[in-house]
Design a protein around this ligand. Structure first.
Ligand code: HPA
Ligand code: ZN
Length: 326
């Protein structure tokens, strides 16, 4: 309880959060009703019971189904506003948010509807909570690079509101190398670059994200620890890893929270951070992630402060803004 209070009081940044993964069952039911969409659940308990995953793909199937209730600009606003209110309550002062436009445009929802609702909520959080944010557009890696390129083209009118691109969805079989050209284009447009790598995929995918995509951060990165030379390189480069403990547990990336690699990462000098990934599906927002992993690994107050500091160091903020938070 003492530790939880300490964590709650730490100012922090969240750097790995899929906005569609913050859709709580209550809002899913409300939007299904509002939009006249059938969902395969009778009760909230049915929904929660369906959230038992044995790997990433199990989760992704339910995640893409869940986002089907999102139809209007107001739906995307309500989704984003609910996350930002919850993050603010957890002491999040800066949030870098992923969205999956291809999960929506494939259902006939216009890009403008998605980004219009999300950015209106981001603007309101800045005004209401003094909470800053960045928006990162992810490409779905199970789709083709040509489809990612078309998505980047669709985003062109919105590039003043998009800070970076990322790579998510089914990792194994879809290595970073598949997206080399679209990431080069995004870089030329001045966007920051991140990619999920080493969640289920091998250390080689982390190497590819660094060497072929030129990413500024690695999302997850757990399996980097299997490669000693890679660990040394990540530490030397102060490469931020956006680690997600409850996600790792729910997707069976770790067998048990006491086996989580976060402490090993810190001991190796890696710039590791703690994040919630898809909090509605994995059972907790950012403070719950800090608490679960800190309890399991008996992390010290110094280590918790380091994790919170790392979140600002790894953020896409300018040096003045970082200094204000540190
Ligand atoms: N991994 C890959 N893709 C995702 C995730 C994740 O944790 N969450 C939403 N899309
Ligand atoms: Zn993720």
């Amino acid at each position: 309880a003492d530790r939880a209070a300490f964590i709650a009081a730490l100012p922090k940044a969240e750097l790995h959060l899929h906005i569609e993964g913050s859709l709580e069952p209550e809002l899913m039911f409300e939007l299904a009703r509002r939009n006249g969409i059938a969902i395969p659940f009778a009760t909230i308990d049915d929904v929660r019971a369906a959230y038992a995953f044995s790997n990433l793909q199990d989760f992704l199937d339910i995640y893409y189904q869940g986002m089907g209730v999102l139809q209007t600009e107001q739906d995307f606003y309500d989704l984003t506003a609910a996350y930002l209110a919850r993050a603010h309550a957890d002491g999040v002062r800066h949030a870098e948010i992923f969205f999956d436009p291809q999960g929506h445009t494939a259902r006939g929802i216009p890009f403008a509807t998605v980004i219009g609702g999300i950015t209106r909520a981001l603007d309101d959080a800045q005004a209401q909570y003094d909470m800053s944010s960045r928006l990162i557009m992810c490409f779905l890696r199970h789709l083709s690079e040509a489809e990612a390129e078309a998505t980047l083209d669709e985003a062109r009118p919105w590039l003043d509101r998009i800070d970076g691109v990322g790579l998510d969805s089914s990792e194994v079989g879809h290595p970073p190398a598949k997206f080399q050209r679209v990431f080069a284009r995004a870089r030329d447009l001045g966007l920051r670059l991140v990619a999920h790598a080493g969640e289920e995929g091998p250390p080689e995918y982390v190497h590819e994200a660094l060497d072929l995509l030129g990413v500024d951060r690695i999302d997850h990165g757990n399996r980097s620890l299997e490669d000693e030379a890679l660990v040394a390189r990540l530490a030397d480069d102060a490469m931020c890893l956006t680690v997600c403990p409850l996600s790792n547990l729910k997707l069976c990336v770790v067998d048990d929270m006491t086996a989580h690699p976060l402490k090993t990462m810190l001991d190796a000098g890696l710039l590791a951070t703690v994040n919630s990934d898809d909090p509605s599906y994995f059972g907790g927002y950012v403070n719950a992630n800090y608490t679960a992993v800190a309890d399991a690994l008996d992390l010290s107050r110094d280590e918790l402060v380091t994790l919170a500091r790392n979140s600002f160091l790894g953020a896409f903020l300018d040096d003045d803004a970082k200094a204000r938070h540190l």
